[in-house]
Design a protein around this ligand. Structure first.
Ligand code: NAG
Ligand code: NAG
Ligand code: NAG
Ligand code: NAG
Ligand code: NAG
Ligand code: NAG
Ligand code: NAG
Length: 459
């Protein structure tokens, strides 16, 4: 066992055996924030079985229905990202090896973050969540893989970018489709998260590498989403629309990760352009509307599904990206710091307060602003509470901004990464019609439940 892991287990065991099991957070204390975040990181990792016999390295149990409360592949990539941030903010290296091994185990046969194993649910957003995690590793100088033949963190992000840059097509005047492969349900849907992740990666790669090609793609993607109306003039960001309707059938449900992924991308464009007024206007508008919609009473709130607790497994995790990406915005657009911290503090306090459920007496739900544990639990809820807590170190410690190649970033990229990616669908086509139907059902259920549950918000 890794020494820091042992000491960490010891801390957690101590916590578990002590009579005070609920989370006791002092938001003005570095030690308290670190200790609470460590406990929540430990609880989150208790869901990961990749390091035990029968588990798959790099992925959480799943996808549903095996087991029914399992996780889709993308959320594992998102979780490694949260632990890279956790390490960057707290300095705790306990999980670094597990994170590094987990990402490397899932780079895929063509080193493009699209393993064949997961082609039955491969959306551009799924691939991109792993790409954003790899990019974060590069931006923070997360320890490089020890195997010299392993792809660098930066090159993995570039591979995702390069494979996606050729995918926007004519319907709806451009933009990425949700799904990567034509046989997947949702291939006819163009949405804000798939395009937002591509925009985000492009903007951050432009800042990291100073290669303007990435920025040009980010610009094109911004122009497309505003033109098609998935982002409106008030900076509302709607979920998506179908190509059969030339994307006029806009599903107006709003999720916090959509606003956050575009906001962080815009903040990186602002930084990359050295404070361009155009990008400042966009950052200000997105920030304002993010606060308006997702921070009633300054506490992060998943407005589409939190009121009736109708969130899917995926949605329970969105506030993790909301809080972490807002914290990252304060680093690349420092003038936003005070307004952001004003919301992150009460969010963390509210998140910690409701972590009083379950057998361990400190299980977290989603309903932060209610002041009560809501009875739900999972990786998403724990990751979101953990994230909300540790990001507040940004107000107490000199947390380093993301590096660039020019300011000390050490990950060496490969502009041609992803060229081994296959365009041919043959090797990944479902073996049988039964498999194909199975895949369709998963995504159709997601779509149906999205329109069913959230239909009242659609026009
Ligand atoms: C398994 O967990 C141990 C302890 O955290 C860690 O050192 C090791 O790298 C992990 N192995 C993999 C393959 O993730
Ligand atoms: C792919 O799935 C198989 C069967 O579940 C598993 O044994 C294998 O480890 C997986 N490979 C990766 C890279 O996830
Ligand atoms: C389809 O939508 C795009 C984007 O909004 C628009 O530019 C184009 O004119 C539309 N095409 C038709 C035929 O309406
Ligand atoms: C860009 O980011 C760096 C690092 O955080 C920061 O020092 C600089 O002020 C930012 N640029 C602008 C225009 O805010
Ligand atoms: C902020 O949002 C409010 C409410 O929608 C709006 O009236 C105001 O114009 C917005 N301000 C900016 C800078 O976008
Ligand atoms: C990144 O920085 C290194 C070392 O300073 C330099 O050799 C390399 O050319 C840079 N790469 C890019 C793409 O600018
Ligand atoms: C900039 O990025 C593009 C897109 O990946 C690539 O084709 C080009 O070679 C890169 N330029 C440099 C100087 O690295």
């Amino acid at each position: 066992m890794h020494p820091t892991f042992i000491s960490h287990v010891a801390t957690a065991a101590l916590l578990a055996s002590s009579s005070v099991s609920a989370i006791d957070l002092n938001i003005d204390s570095v030690d308290s924030i670190k200790s609470v975040a460590a406990t929540l990181a430990y609880d989150m990792m208790s869901y990961y079985k990749g390091n035990t016999s029968g588990g798959i390295i790099g992925v959480l149990p799943g996808p549903p229905p095996n087991p029914p409360d399992g996780y889709y592949w993308w959320e594992s990539g998102a979780m490694w990202g949260s632990l890279i941030d956790y390490w960057h903010f707290t300095g705790d290296t306990s999980y670094n090896d597990v994170v590094s091994n987990g990402i490397q185990a899932q780079v895929g046969e063509n080193i493009d973050m699209m393993p064949k194993n997961w082609s039955q649910s491969m959306g551009n957003d799924d691939q991109a969540f792993w790409g954003m995690t790899a990019l974060l590793a590069a931006e923070y100088n997360f320890p490089a893989p020890t195997d010299p033949k392993a792809p660098s963190w930066l090159s993995l992000a570039q591979a995702v970018f390069n494979t996606q840059a050729v995918r926007p097509d004519a319907p709806c005047g451009g933009g990425l489709r949700w799904q990567v492969f034509p046989y997947l349900t949702g291939y006819d849907y163009k949405n804000s998260i798939a395009n937002g992740c591509f925009f985000n990666i492009g903007a951050r790669l432009a800042r990291y590498t100073a290669n303007d090609t990435y920025a040009q793609h980010a610009e094109t993607t911004w122009d497309w989403i505003t033109n098609v109306g998935l982002m409106d003039a008030d900076y509302n960001i709607y979920d998506g629309a179908h190509i059969q309707h030339n994307c006029t059938d806009i599903n107006r449900v709003q999720f916090s990760y959509n606003s956050a992924v575009w906001l962080l991308g815009a903040a990186n464009m602002y930084n990359y352009t050295n404070g361009d007024a155009k990008w400042k206007t966009r950052v200000d508008g997105l920030l304002n509307q993010t606060f308006n919609i997702f921070f009633p009473d300054n506490i992060a709130y998943e407005v589409a599904c939190e009121p009736k607790l109708s969130c899917t497994t995926d949605m329970f995790s969105f506030k993790s990206y909301l809080t972490r990406w807002l914290a990252s915005v304060t680093k690349v657009a420092p003038y936003t710091h005070d307004e952001v911290i004003k919301r992150l503090k009460p969010s963390a306090q509210a998140a910690a307060k409701q972590c009083v459920g379950g057998d361990n007496g400190r299980t977290c739900g989603l309903s932060w602003s209610s002041g009560k544990y809501d009875g739900t639990k999972g990786v998403g809820q724990t990751m979101a509470a953990m994230s909300a807590v540790f990001v507040n170190l940004a107000d107490l410690l000199p947390i380093k901004p993301p590096f660039t190649n020019a300011t000390g970033g050490t990950s060496i990229g490969n502009p041609n990464a992803g060229s081994g990616s296959t365009d041919s669908l043959d090797p990944i086509k479902p073996a049988t019609n039964a498999d194909r139907a199975g895949a369709g059902i998963i995504t159709t259920l997601v779509l149906l439940s999205a329109t069913g549950m959230f239909g009242w918000m659609s026009i």
